[in-house]
Design a protein around this ligand. Structure first.
Ligand SMILES: Nc1ncnc2c1ncn2[C@@H]1O[C@H](COP(=O)(O)OP(=O)(O)OP(=O)(O)O)[C@@H](O)[C@H]1O
Ligand SMILES: Nc1ccn([C@@H]2O[C@H](COP(=O)(O)O)[C@@H](O)[C@H]2O)c(=O)n1
Length: 213
């Protein structure tokens, strides 16, 4: 049986687990995956590397327009300083326009795709087949991110990680263009009391329900 294309939008605040879910869902259903946060991080890193200010809109726009989505290196871009800088460049309309266009082109190719980010269900793919809004309490997210940093040999104080998440969430939810919020037709998945496996099963149930319709 030939299955129709499937597009899945996964949004949520920082360290909510959307990337973990998106990667597993993409692998399970044979879909391409794009972590759209990496594209904002890459623009921020381009500005930092060029010695440009993070509010230099012309430089940020140029970096966004020439960005190659297939060359995003999660290892290099995962630093929390770059995440903070990414949330500053992400408020700029020209940057978002260029990146959203590239993200839509990515989603249109192949058998379908899973995109995770902040505005996927609301702006990038408003017609996605399945939309998930993944969240968890700020404290739980900070504990998970803190554990992740330590497991990679990094060093951070839990209180600082929590403050960092709260500051980034406030910027992402409060910006004028494409603020982080659940799409009206998104399924809410609060993983505060769920382990990764339970959250993954809950997400797969929602996808399977859509495919059975
Ligand atoms: N349900 C869960 N239970 C426990 N740990 C989890 C759960 N979901 C994700 N994690 C862990 O929490 C951390 C953050 O998850 P992940 O990187 O997927 O979040 P994210 O929303 O993609 O983050 P970002 O916004 O920074 O891209 C990872 O270490 C991941 O393994
Ligand atoms: N669709 C998106 C994705 C990300 N952002 C911004 O980038 C920052 C970094 O994202 P991570 O998912 O890698 O943590 C994030 O804080 C947002 O400001 C975005 O605006 N839209």
């Amino acid at each position: 049986m030939i299955r129709p294309r499937l597009t899945i939008a996964i949004d949520g605040p920082a360290a909510s687990g959307k990337g973990t879910l998106a990667r597993r869902i993409a692998a399970t259903y044979g879909l391409a995956h794009l972590d759209t946060g990496l594209s904002y991080r890459a623009v921020a890193k381009a500005l930092i590397d060029a010695g440009a200010a993070l509010d230099d809109e012309a430089a940020a726009r140029r970096a966004a327009e020439v960005l190659d989505l297939s060359a995003l290196d999660a290892g290099i871009l995962s630093d929390h300083v770059i995440g903070e800088a990414a949330s500053k460049v992400a408020v700029m309309v020209p940057v978002r326009q260029a990146l959203v266009a590239a993200q839509r082109r990515f989603a249109e190719t192949g058998k379908g795709a899973v995109l995770d980010g902040r505005d996927i269900g609301t702006v990038v793919l408003p017609d996605a087949d399945v939309k998930l809004y993944v969240t968890a309490s700020a404290e739980r997210r900070a504990e998970r991110r803190h554990a992740e940093i330590l497991s990679k040999g990094g060093d951070a104080r839990l209180e600082d990680v929590l403050e960092d998440l709260k500051r980034r969430d406030a910027r992402d939810m409060g910006r004028a263009d494409s603020p982080l919020k659940p799409a009206a037709d998104a399924h809410l998945l609060d993983t505060s009391e769920m382990d990764i496996e339970t959250a993954f099963q809950a997400a797969c149930d929602l996808v399977d329900r859509h495919r059975a319709e």
